[in-house]
Design a protein. Sequence first.
Length: 251
Amino acid sequence: MSQAFGTEHLSVFYGDFEAVKGISLEFPAQSVTALIGPSGCGKSTFLRSLNRMNDTISQARTTGHIWMNGSDLNDPATDVIKLRQQIGMVWQKPNPFFKSIYNNIAFGPRYRGMKKKKQLDEIVENSLRKAALWDEVKDRLNESALSLSGGQQQRLCIARALSVNPNILLLDEPASALDPVSTGKIEELISELKNELRIVIVTHNMQQAARVSDYTAYFYLGKMIERDKTDKIFTNPENKLTQDYISGRFG
Ligand SMILES: Nc1ncnc2c1ncn2[C@@H]1O[C@H](COP(=O)(O)OP(=O)(O)OP(=O)(O)O)[C@@H](O)[C@H]1O
């Protein structure tokens, strides 16, 4: 199977427990895919497997394939540092480094060897502009990132992920710790960013999934029950399990 980006029969085990069960899912270009489903169904585990973050969990083991332009990212020979530059991740709680706003963004490019101040300045500005944060922070770039509000910190984390030019962004409930105004900003940002990269978002908020995504996949007990265009999932899903979940009858 050769495709731009997607999984094939991907399973993730924690010890003997199979948390993600043989999921094959394609992520089309310039689109947002939302992963929804009840707590514990494997959404975050699946998301983390896409850029091999589960490798950092000692008892986790992933089988199957993660295809990107014909290469299997689950191959042990994959350079995971490079991979995580191509597939950026933003977590539920904003996690800026204990550094200045500028140095949070410049960190990745510097790590990749960029030393020229002028180029770094450009990357910092462009990343912050893409994350819709530049106007709010341009006069305080040397202040600590921790002086920002929670919503600003989350946009900073998105800017930090963008600073190394990823082509895929993984978002694990990126707005769940934020107020409605900050949530709205993150959602707007997602809609803009999808013109440049693929986005996969885990969300518990079904209205949010309906607002921001083009495709929605419903997970249940580690399996992907159904994946379709978001409109279809929320108006006329094929599977009764999906119907029960989106109509609140689950459980
Ligand atoms: N590090 C871990 N070690 C062992 N089991 C884990 C680990 N992380 C997750 N699990 C288990 O794997 C299953 C899937 O968890 P996961 O966090 O992926 O679900 P989720 O759908 O994202 O849940 P939530 O919506 O509550 O965040 C759960 O049964 C969970 O207890």
